[in-house]
Write a protein that binds this ligand. Structure first.
Ligand SMILES: [Zn+2]
Ligand SMILES: [Zn+2]
Length: 357
């Protein structure tokens, strides 16, 4: 048995071992979800082999345990944390009193550890205080803090919104306030590792009274301008692949910049091809319907289904087979740049406007 009184032992090694026994299970339980969200798109964090988490998350938890332990050590040493009014924090006083009490010498740290995991609403006052001081407060905003720390470690900006709104190099981007906001939201979506960061959220689009086409176009233009204004910022904040994390082979930043810009442009073009306007003449609406069929057929081919887009283009658009082949090739390049999955979804999405497709 490791008595809970060891947390107050003069020997740092003994004290830290006891602290780890007592706090670590509760700390891991509380950190699990925020770390998953920050680093694994909400999915489980797994060690490469055996139990535990990935190296980054293990490191984060170890750091948090060290910080929390140091805070307790300072309090036990008489450096009690103070409230804003200058009073010693009562919860911490309670914790220190219990750890240094006569009872503590006969109490098992591991037994208390299991109770600490559930202590949030428990009825043992010192344990509830320990949970708040040693687990809860040290983990406040862990998800955001982790995202920011990871982004900074990758060389990304800690405050991309501030940089884009204020930095001198970003001045050319501020001419179009709507586009600037689209760009800022995009940076945060990339950072949150959402599956399709280039999708402009509907509320944002509506706030600026932009159609989907117009939003994609402005975002594409803003991306090109950002890349020109500050390639380093672009590479660190946008040009990184948005899935997975941890040790990846470094990609040539120029490659990923090109890919992202090409992708944004291709998506904007396809959106324009696929989106009907309410006041569109019949003939153009029919043409757009044909484009939608063609793009769907190219997606079908891309995912191994049967389709004959060239014959379809000849039939639906009345062009020659040579023209049809050229058109299909151009569309296929766009689809490849925009991403097959993205295009497939765009084709299936509800058409906008009255010109039914
Ligand atoms: Zn992890
Ligand atoms: Zn550990």
């Amino acid at each position: 048995m490791r008595p809970i009184s060891h947390l107050a032992d003069r020997d740092d090694a003994i004290a830290y071992a006891a602290f780890h026994t007592f706090v670590s299970p509760a700390m891991r339980a509380a950190a699990r979800v925020p770390l998953r969200r920050a680093r694994h798109a909400g999915r489980a964090c797994l060690a490469p082999t055996g139990d535990g988490w990935c190296a980054e998350c293990e490191e984060t938890v170890d750091d948090l345990l060290m910080e929390s332990s140091a805070k307790l050590r300072r309090a036990l040493g008489g450096e009690m944390p103070k409230t804003r009014a200058g009073q010693p924090v009562r919860e911490m006083v309670l914790v220190c009193e219990h750890l240094t009490s006569a009872d503590a010498r006969n109490e098992d740290a591991a037994t208390w550890a299991m109770k600490l995991r559930r202590a949030e609403g428990g009825d043992e006052p010192w344990l509830r205080a320990a949970w708040a001081q040693l687990v809860h407060y040290p983990l406040l905003h862990l998800e955001e803090r982790t995202r920011r720390a990871d982004a900074v470690r990758r060389g990304a900006s800690a405050r991309p919104d501030r940089d884009l709104r204020q930095a001198a190099w970003a001045a050319p981007l501020r001419g179009d306030p709507a586009a600037l906001e689209l760009l800022i939201v995009l940076v945060f979506r990339v950072r949150r590792r959402v599956p399709d960061p280039f999708h402009v959220p509907d509320d944002l689009r509506e706030r600026h009274r932009l159609t989907r086409t117009e939003a994609s176009r402005r975002l594409g233009t803003a991306l090109v301008a950002l890349r020109a204004a500050n390639p380093g910022f672009f590479a660190a904040n946008i040009g990184e692949p948005v899935t997975g994390h941890a040790a990846k082979p470094p990609v040539d930043p120029q490659d990923s910049i090109t890919t992202v810009v090409e992708q944004a442009r291709a998506r904007a073009t396809l959106t324009r091809l696929l989106t009907a306007r309410a006041d569109e003449p019949m003939r153009r609406a029919a043409r757009r319907r044909s484009y939608r069929h063609l793009i769907a057929a190219i997606c079908a081919l891309g995912t191994g289904r049967r389709a004959a887009p060239v014959a379809m283009a000849v039939r639906e658009l009345g062009v020659t087979p040579t023209q049809a082949a050229r058109m299909v090739r151009r569309l296929a390049i766009l689809v490849a740049a925009a991403g097959l999955e993205w295009t497939d979804q765009a084709v299936e999405a509800e058409p906008v406007g009255a010109g039914a497709l």
